[in-house]
Design a protein around this ligand. Sequence first.
Ligand SMILES: Cc1cc2nc3c(=O)[nH]c(=O)nc-3n(C[C@H](O)[C@H](O)[C@H](O)COP(=O)(O)OP(=O)(O)OC[C@H]3O[C@@H](n4cnc5c(N)ncnc54)[C@H](O)[C@@H]3O)c2cc1C
Length: 386
Amino acid sequence: MSTSQVRSAFDVAVVGSGIVGLGAALAAHRRGLRVVVIERGSEPSGASVRNFGHLCFTPQAGLAREFALTSRELWLGLAVDAGVWLRESGTLVAARRDDELAVLESLAETRGDEVELLSAAEAAERMPLAAGTAVGGAFLPRDLQANPRQAVAAIAAHLEREGVEFRRRTAVGAVRPGRVETSRGPIDAGRVIVAVNHDIDLLYPDVAERHGIVRCALDMLRVTAELRMPLAAPLLTGWSLVRYGAFSATPAAAALRERLHAERPDLAALDLNQMYTRLPDGTLIVGDTHARGATVAPFQAESAFEAMLEETRSLFGIDALRVVERWQGVYASGPADFLIEEVEPGVHLAAATTGIGMTTGLGLAEHVVAGFTSPAPTITLQKGAS
Ligand SMILES: Cc1cc2nc3c(=O)[nH]c(=O)nc-3n(C[C@H](O)[C@H](O)[C@H](O)COP(=O)(O)OP(=O)(O)OC[C@H]3O[C@@H](n4cnc5c(N)ncnc54)[C@H](O)[C@@H]3O)c2cc1C
């Protein structure tokens, strides 16, 4: 077969089949474009399967909120169209001290019914916390939960059924306007969307350096635990309140950060975001720590896992926990929330550069594709999430 016979022409080539790449393929396909997705792995194994599956729309601010709101509609649509498992769970936030409650109260003032404040009694009733742990809390009813181990596979299968082509076990080595050079030969496409997460530093090292993008590695666990009641929704703690944009922008957040760091320098050194989600099989995802660098060590210190398990026992008032799995996740991390750049004519880079890509990635991808095409057809939604 000659080289010209193996080349195909597409309107859009997407590099990477994590949530951002799949979002780009979806957005382009919905506009009637011919799309190919090029993925170096045989199946998804990047950040999009290693995360909590927490679709935390309410805690986002600025551009992240804009992308989050678009994503929410798209996720709900994918639950119907692609059979993505989605729980209309909302988010629970446990406030263990008054300064944590102050952050929640402050956000509630500006967000109306997106933030339902909980009294200490209500928090105890809705969360499986150790007795007397919470001084209050909040419920964020618009948030959702996906199962990351099912979601990307379901979306990819849906896109394939719809006619989007996938080239797996095919690594991209270089991208030029109109052409993607792969380990299986070149692929021609009018537009290219590069959605390779932290590996942007391999394909575009200068761009990564210019945007200050490094890698962020996270330690994660899955455990079985006998809680007082099942966890009905993703659960955030005070450590989350100094992290996500909408919380950390409240006037009360600075004092909370100072107190947490003064009281627990050991956990602050791990850059802990103590949070939990429950998978459909009842196991809990427990996380997470953060370590940044141009290269992140693959060696995961057991002391970090011990600290997370200890905090988990204390929060839920339990002794027994069985660790089922441990893993490391990595995402691109930079001073801004997103990298969006047309590096050459028709070559678009898209990445979430903080740990909110499941929440915002579909909206980010929709934004990038909308930038060079006509509006997509209106999404008609049935209520499909369970
Ligand atoms: C542990 C952890 C927990 C998180 N928790 C949450 C959460 O609860 N909620 C939330 O909103 N966000 C969360 N995030 C962030 C979120 O998971 C990421 O922002 C998001 O998944 C990034 O999606 P992506 O498509 O850019 O990257 P990925 O899912 O990493 O996909 C990139 C793909 O590109 C492919 N690729 C790379 N280079 C090439 C190449 N040269 N050629 C071909 N293919 C290539 C890779 O194989 C990979 O499949 C978490 C992240 C981690 C790591």
